[in-house]
Design a protein around this ligand. Structure first.
Ligand code: 5AD
Ligand code: SF4
Length: 472
């Protein structure tokens, strides 16, 4: 999960029952991980029956939601600068006698709701990741007192939000996300997630299977199961027992229409033998795994409260590759965690060389208020963090380039997901999540076709259709 990305909700959201409710425009800006992207889409689903349809233009919006990320500090700063820009639009609307509701959602709202309102009192609505199913209620409270005090709801409610969300109104497309698990009980020293998303919760298997069937009926061919600690998922089974993620994957793989399955993000300690076996035995499960290790130093892993050693990670990678020899790995890394020495950093580089990653995200340690590492001794100088990050990223870039170059000449199954940038081009993705561009008829979009990889670019591949594989 890369907390620095920004996504604008662009798909058209049907406006519930047009005519019955006045049409209103909703603009959602999303920072952070895929779960936030998923949540933003679900917020639009909740608001659709109230007459809200998506708009790409914030100046045309009756309501703007900033769905925020708190994982590292720059993300929160970006929220405040965006709020400054939106305030001008809101003021302009009010000067014309209109109204624009400004809402802040997500993990910054959860962690710093009250401070946020103190710094940005023009915000109307603040709600956390676990309360957006209450949006109609929150808006009703706001309607009672327009211009009055802000409405804030950052509870961890007793009810499960998923039981109160309407069915998805807008199809996600050929590749879809499905949240199966939320929250985390791991309490890594540096991380705010256990505080912002709350404790680990698994959705029941029946609800997940029903949502997967809907996604497939809407045209999805690839489903990525989402969770902060997705491989810790253990949900109520349709037969009354409890399933592991491996069992859920096996059930999902049976669904007609499903071509590909993925899951993210995993913790090394929850990689059970049955999940490793699923990688060997379930063809729909793609041979690409995001398995963050954070550091290659045992001393740092202990300081981070990761509860495993570098050697455990290497063993695990060995077992996964024995199960699925073409499995490629991705990870997250943090440089400059408090106490990290040159020797610790060198151990991380050694681990990276030993594993060989296809792709990775890497970050400078960023102190998060309220987390143990923020007040730990041995905070590392910013300039040293910069130096380590540059060295680490150079190695990871080299590995990614090597992995991509290794695909050239191979024939790989590519799921075609949409038209490409140029006429006659289509875009797709490989089993290892690399974007692939090719010249192919658009009628093949939505199918998995064999492609011969002709060239590797730093972040994508280009391919040519294997002609005899194309259906007439
Ligand atoms: N500073 C830097 N990176 C962090 N991450 C989580 N918390 C912090 C922090 N305080 C990174 C971890 C995690 C990813 C989602 O973000 O690498 O796996
Ligand atoms: Fe954060 Fe650690 Fe939980 Fe991942 S496992 S969400 S890094 S506390």
């Amino acid at each position: 999960m890369d907390g620095s990305t920004l996504t604008t909700l662009t798909q058209d959201v049907p406006s519930g029952s047009p005519g019955a409710v006045p049409a209103k425009r909703l603009h959602v800006i999303t920072w952070g991980c895929q779960m936030n992207v998923y949540d933003s889409a679900r917020m639009a689903d909740v608001l659709a029956p109230l007459g809200y349809a998506a708009t790409e233009a914030p100046e045309a919006a009756d309501m703007v939601i900033l769905n925020t990320c708190h994982i590292r500090d720059r993300a929160a700063e970006k929220v405040f600068s965006e709020l400054g820009r939106l305030r001008r639009l809101k003021d302009a609307r009010e000067a014309e006698g209109g109204r624009m509701i400004l809402a802040v959602a997500g993990c910054v709202a959860q962690a710093e709701g009250a401070e946020l309102l103190a710094r940005a009192p023009f915000v109307d609505l603040v709600f956390g990741p676990q309360t957006y199913h209450r949006l109609p209620e929150l808006l009703a409270r706001l309607d009672v007192a327009p211009g009055g005090p802000a409405v804030i709801d950052t509870e961890f409610p007793p009810e499960d939000k998923f039981d109160h969300l309407p069915e998805a109104a807008a199809p996600q497309g050929i590749t879809a996300f499905l949240t199966v698990q939320e929250g985390c009980d791991k309490f890594c020293s540096f991380c705010v997630v256990p505080y912002t998303r709350g404790s680990e919760q698994s959705r029941p298997a029946g609800a997940i299977l029903a949502e997967a069937r809907r996604l497939l009926a809407q045209g999805a061919r690839e489903i990525t199961l989402l969770g902060q600690n997705v491989n810790a998922w253990h949900g109520a089974a349709p037969d009354g027992g409890t399933w592991s993620l491996a069992r859920l994957i096996r059930a999902l793989a049976e669904l007609p229409g499903l071509a590909r399955l993925r899951y993210t993000t995993s913790h090394p300690r929850d990689m059970g033998a049955d999940l490793i076996a699923a990688h060997a035995e379930v063809p729909a499960l793609m041979p690409f795994l995001h398995l963050p290790v954070q550091s290659g130093s045992d001393r740092m892993l202990a300081a981070m409260n990761r509860k495993h050693r570098a050697g455990d990670y290497l063993d695990l990678v060995g077992r996964l590759r024995a199960a699925r020899p073409d499995l490629a790995l991705s990870s997250d890394f943090i440089v400059g965690h408090p106490g990290e020495t040159d020797a610790d950093f060198a151990a991380t580089l050694d681990l990276i060389r030993a594993v060989g990653f296809a792709q990775a995200y890497s970050f400078k340690y960023s102190p998060r208020p309220g987390t143990p590492a923020a007040s730990a001794p041995g905070q590392v100088e910013e300039a040293e963090k910069d130096r380590r990050l540059a060295e680490l990223q150079a190695l990871l870039r080299e590995q990614q380039a090597r992995f991509n170059a290794g695909c050239v000449g191979a024939t790989v199954p590519v799921l075609l997901t949409g038209p490409g940038r140029h006429p006659g081009q289509v875009a797709g993705r490989s089993p290892w999540l690399q974007p692939v561009h090719a010249t192919a008829p658009v009628r093949l979009i939505g199918t998995v076709v064999p492609m011969q990889i002709a060239a590797a670019l730093p972040n994508s591949l280009s391919g040519t259709l294997v002609p005899e594989s194309v259906p007439a």
